[in-house]
Design a protein around this ligand. Structure first.
Ligand code: SAH
Length: 450
């Protein structure tokens, strides 16, 4: 039996779905941060659970040739950003093999994916940053990311994933918080003003949104604070205050006030313009999102006579891009704000052949499938994949083409196992949307066997 504090010599065999190193002792899985496949290390067991244990590296006995020095050294303490110490080429190779393994093992499919679109720049790509604040006894304010498996913030001047313009803004905010001597929110006592900051940067248009997340609504001298911030960072387009008075890990509260500017920023995807509010969903890696959308729409070979369903449509990105090639596009999405944004985006871009509905994708398809004759169904579900109801409706009515955009290879493989009873796989490829993390996007074109 494995016990806490036991010492073992192990070999890195794989990574967990969050990118933590995986080794085994007598077939029992041990999760070890910072262990790369092929590396050997002496480890100490720190926690034992029913199905796995956690371990910590004491010393390496064999290091991998694929190991690199992380560009932001503090990232070695994080969980879920495992790949900062693995060469980017190996990361991309690993992701492709992970997708292929899921298709084979979970999906029982005989298909080998060969293409993965690697990112041109695997760092500083995130267009949305959320960072918690903390303050030292000396009065120094710091931001950073949480240490692996803890709530302790590791102070970082900049992170390795966030757009560097956002890191510049956060640096100025920290300086000003010190200057104004504001109290920083403390989780334990539930006291203090400033909890977190969210910064959104539009990748192409370089507009910047700052959202100051505070516990209380009244913050003394907040207007002067905002003027000083804009004087230091003139490229800030808008500042909002989001009030989150609850004891919670949820980032944003319900109430929000615009303190400066229009409360939204604009982004461009090809020749379409999107307005983003603080709460709208937008893919965090704009450059790779374009690659993903382009490939999905190109592979779907839409024609001017096609009626297309964009299920799980978010703020309408895929639907609006597809609208130019199709006769009509119907978007369905469950979040009300996202649907409102999607409608507004259609209006702004003068797109007339799309309609958006707020509904559960499965319920919508079951109800409406006989009212529309969908030629192509595009799906982009969250990690849990398609609902049983959605798949059943597809299998009953058999729209000729399905384009499945997935952010989770395991649920994709599970869904493909069922869909391939009536559909055949024409093509699969991957896009690395989230470099330096364990996540990967996959797109699959299916055609009906009928
Ligand atoms: N295609 C969009 C959004 C993809 S993210 C884009 O690329 O920007 C997945 C979306 O599915 C989210 O917007 C989420 O709110 C939505 N969603 C989650 N569950 C849903 C359901 N049951 N029915 C419809 N939409 C759902």
């Amino acid at each position: 039996m494995i016990k806490e504090n036991d010492i073992y010599k192990v070999t890195g065999l794989d990574y967990t779905s969050e990118g933590i190193g995986l080794a085994k002792v007598d077939d029992f899985p041990i999760f070890i941060n910072n262990l790369i496949i092929g590396e050997e290390a002496e480890i100490k067991i720190t926690k034992v659970k029913r199905k796995f244990a956690l371990g910590k590296i004491i010393r390496f006995t064999k290091m991998s040739e694929d190991r690199i020095t992380p560009i932001v050294p503090e990232t070695i303490h994080l969980g879920g950003c495992q790949f900062t110490q693995l060469s980017y080429e190996k990361e991309v190779e690993y992701k492709l093999s992970k997708v292929n393994r899921a298709l084979r093992v979970i999906g029982g499919l005989d298909y080998e994916v060969e293409t993965i679109h690697a990112a041109k720049s695997p760092y500083f790509y995130r267009n949305k940053t959320v960072l918690p604040f903390d303050k030292r006894k000396s009065g120094k304010v710091y931001t950073g990311l949480y240490r692996h498996n803890t709530h302790e913030i590791i102070a970082m001047d900049k992170t390795h994933l966030d757009d560097e313009l956002a890191s510049d803004v956060v640096r100025e905010i920290r300086n000003l918080l010190e200057e104004y001597d504001y109290k920083i929110y403390d989780e334990k006592s539930h006291k203090g003003f400033f909890r977190k900051v969210m910064v959104r940067v539009s990748y192409y248009l370089r507009e910047v949104m700052v959202v100051l997340i505070t516990k209380d609504e009244y913050i003394p001298k907040i207007d002067a604070f905002c003027s000083d911030l804009v004087a230091k960072c003139p490229y800030i387009t808008t500042i909002s205050q989001n009030i989150n008075p609850l004891r919670t890990n949820v980032i944003l509260g319900k109430k929000e006030k615009v303190l400066y500017g229009p409360g939204v920023i604009n982004e461009k995807l090809h020749d379409l313009k999107f307005s983003l509010s603080s709460k709208s969903f937008f893919q965090v890696n704009t450059a790779q999102a374009e690659v993903l959308y382009d490939r999905a729409i190109t592979l779907a070979e839409l024609s001017k006579s096609d009626v297309v369903l964009d299920a799980y449509s978010g703020t309408g990105t895929i639907a609006l891009l597809a609208s130019k090639k199709a006769k009509e596009v119907i978007g369905v999405e469950i979040v009300k704000e996202a649907v409102e944004d999607a409608k507004e985006n259609a209006k702004q871009n003068n797109v007339k052949n799309v309609k958006f509905f707020k509904d559960d994708a499965g319920a919508f398809l079951t109800r409406e499938i006989n009212n529309y004759n969908f030629d192509v169904v595009i799906v982009d579900p969250p990690r849990k994949g398609l609902s049983g109801e959605f798949i059943n409706s597809l299998l009953k009515t058999l729209p000729p083409k399905i384009m499945y955009v997935s952010c989770d290879p395991a649920t994709l493989a599970r869904d493909l196992k069922v869909l391939t009873n009536k559909y055949q796989i024409e093509h699969i490829e991957c896009v690395d949307m989230f470099p330096r993390t364990a996540h990967v996007e996959t797109i699959v074109l299916l055609t009906s066997k009928n």
